[in-house]
Write a protein that binds this ligand. Structure first.
Ligand SMILES: [Zn+2]
Length: 277
């Protein structure tokens, strides 16, 4: 299984990618996931000191994403071309969704460049390796995905879509000013723990935005419940790390985006610290 990606930005480690899982899992029995709401008033007071670009960004008012028709051709086992085609089709859906949401609130969405390759070894930002095969590079506003043999041998369509949607989440953050506000705040914040929590909020928001996309496209993608539930379980159990936070919180925010179907459900900046550790 893959681990989360890291990106080195002016000497500090900041993550701009997702826990990666792109090959077919063994399915486990379905489990009902319960939604938890935020009630911590301490989080509200903490949020008051954060830039409004993070806490009150206009994109939060873009409303429900509703449903969209996104029916990419399923990737075939052993076919890199079919995996690439699948991601290209999902990309079209992502562009459609985010163009619509940005338009609703008078923001300009420009599609990111997306590079998918079986041979790509690095982007302008960093190396692409088996443990860091995909990431968003803010300087080029581009997404880079390296397909490794295991991803092609038995591609996991839902996880591939989720991964691309997570990277689009970072692009949404970039286009709305969230990512720049985050970087400014991060580099003037002292203390490893404080920085780490900020980084988690940024990453968890991207994960939540991938859930928003899955929500909009769930009927036509399709999002198979057993596979989705398997991802939540796998993430809860295996995805914890110091940069992204606890696996249970990553799964929580993915599912919060999925169940809310709204960017407003992804305001990680005002969530209790317990949801960003
Ligand atoms: Zn990320």
């Amino acid at each position: 299984m893959r681990i989360p990606l890291l990106a080195v930005v002016t000497g500090a480690v900041v993550c701009i990618a997702a826990p990666l899982l792109m090959s077919e899992p063994a399915l486990a029995a379905p489990r009902v996931v319960t939604q938890v709401t935020h009630t911590d008033s301490a989080a509200d007071s903490a949020a008051r000191s954060l830039p409004t670009a993070l806490t009150k960004n206009r994109i939060y008012r873009s409303g429900s994403v509703g449903t969209m028709n996104c029916a990419p051709s399923a990737p075939q086992n052993g076919s890199a071309a079919s995996v690439t085609r699948f991601l290209a089709q999902v990309r079209v859906c992502l562009n459609r969704l985010w163009t619509k949401q940005f338009d609703k609130v008078g923001l300009s969405f420009r599609a990111p460049k997306v590079v998918v390759s079986t041979r790509l070894t690095r982007s302008p930002c960093r190396k692409l390796t088996v443990t860091t095969p995909a990431h968003y590079c803010p300087t080029s506003q581009a997404i880079y995905v390296r397909l490794f043999k295991t991803d092609i041998k038995q591609p996991f369509a839902l996880a591939l879509a989720k991964t691309l949607a997570h990277e689009y989440g970072h692009h949404v953050q970039k286009r709305t000013g969230i990512l720049n506000a985050f970087y400014n705040l991060y580099f003037r914040t002292s203390g490893t723990t404080a920085r780490r929590v900020l980084n988690h909020r940024m990453e968890l928001q991207a994960e939540c935005l991938s859930g928003v996309f899955l929500s909009a496209s769930s009927d036509s993608l399709p999002v198979d419940f057993e596979q989705y539930d398997w991802i939540l379980k796998w993430t809860t159990k295996n995805a914890s790390d110091t940069e992204h936070g606890k696996g249970r919180n990553i799964a929580y925010w993915l599912n919060r985006g999925y169940t809310s179907g709204s960017v407003n459900g992804c305001n990680t900046w005002i969530a209790p610290a317990s949801r960003a550790v």
